[in-house]
Design a protein around this ligand. Structure first.
Ligand SMILES: C[S@@+](CC[C@H](N)C(=O)[O-])C[C@H]1O[C@@H](n2cnc3c(N)ncnc32)[C@H](O)[C@@H]1O
Length: 286
């Protein structure tokens, strides 16, 4: 069977799970084609592994996320290995990564030699992305899940970056660090499982999703603010749930008076990011 024949056969089965993107991605994956244009160029060639394609199609039709079926996910400008032990990277997290990169340049220059820590690294996307842009900086990535650190190590190797990976609970693996300039984190922040998409609930690791109370991990990371761990000036950059601004403001105003912080919206206009800054020289960093 050729890619052309199979493409039009699958097109007839199209639904909200097996959509156009899924069909193209599964066929591109079989041929090792980088994009749809390349698939079209080879449209009249025989497919390589029909059994594997059929298995992938039925997994997608059963509701499994395409990224777990194929074993990789796209983040900003490249692919990262993913499996059921790590969260699938989200678009908001791309926004967090890019905005944080800009702030680092503003605060520390274009080629900073600083220490950056990614807490709850999952597949490693945030730490790896920042290390690629700031090769002279030291990047430490931590996670409580040993299995996710295994995946993050594969991704670091695939992206040719050296990262210090550590397994442990929140600040524990970095408690002896000093001179930390940046902490970036997208910690678990869902308090109520009834708000979660059923397929996310079924397939993605609950360890990556839930926190009780939902501010728990932010509060733990905030304790770094007053610790010996941080450098003279620093940046803490977080992804947050869309309903968390008031609670996090309350915590910062009561426990960390005088600290500079700013909430930012995502492209849909929802408040999804929190940046906390200590820098005498600037009043606004975004
Ligand atoms: C929302 S996911 C984010 C993963 C990745 N940074 C991303 O943005 O795709 C949260 C991550 O925090 C990790 N995590 C959960 N509890 C933790 C804890 N107590 N200490 C450290 N990491 C934790 C989970 O294993 C998961 O990888």
């Amino acid at each position: 069977m050729t890619y052309r024949e199979l493409y039009f056969q699958l097109d007839k089965k199209k639904n909200n799970l097996l959509n156009g993107t899924a069909i193209k991605s599964i066929l591109q994956d079989d041929g090792g084609f980088s994009d749809f244009f390349n698939l079209i160029k080879h449209f009249d060639e025989e497919v390589k592994n029909l059994d594997q394609i059929n298995e992938n199609v039925s997994r997608v039709l059963n509701g499994e996320p395409l990224q777990y079926v194929l074993g990789y996910a796209f983040f900003i400008n490249s692919n990262y290995v993913v499996n059921k032990d790590v969260l699938i990277p989200r678009q908001e997290t791309e926004e967090l990564a890019v905005a944080t990169l800009k702030m680092i340049v503003k605060m520390f220059g274009k080629e900073p030699k600083i220490k950056i820590i990614d807490i709850g690294t999952g597949s490693g996307i945030l730490g790896i992305y920042l290390k690629e842009y700031f090769p002279h900086s030291t990047v430490i990535c931590t996670d409580i899940s040993e299995n996710s650190i295994k995946i993050a190590k594969i991704n670091a190797k695939n992206h040719n970056v050296i990262i210090d990976f550590r397994v442990g609970d929140m600040l524990e693996p970095i408690k002896d660090e000093s001179d930390v300039s940046v902490i970036i984190s997208n910690p678990p922040y869902i308090g109520d499982s009834s708000t979660v998409d059923p397929m996310t609930l079924k397939y993605e690791p609950h360890l990556a999703l839930f926190a009780n109370p939902k501010t728990k991990y932010y509060e733990e990371i905030f304790t770094a603010i007053d610790s010996q761990m941080m450098s003279e000036k620093f940046l803490l950059a977080f992804e947050i749930g869309e309903d968390m601004e008031d609670e996090l403001t309350h915590i910062l105003e009561t426990k960390y008076q005088g600290i500079m912080y700013k909430f930012e919206k995502d492209i849909y206009g929802k408040v999804r990011f929190l940046y906390i800054v200590k820098d005498e020289g600037i009043t606004y960093v975004a």
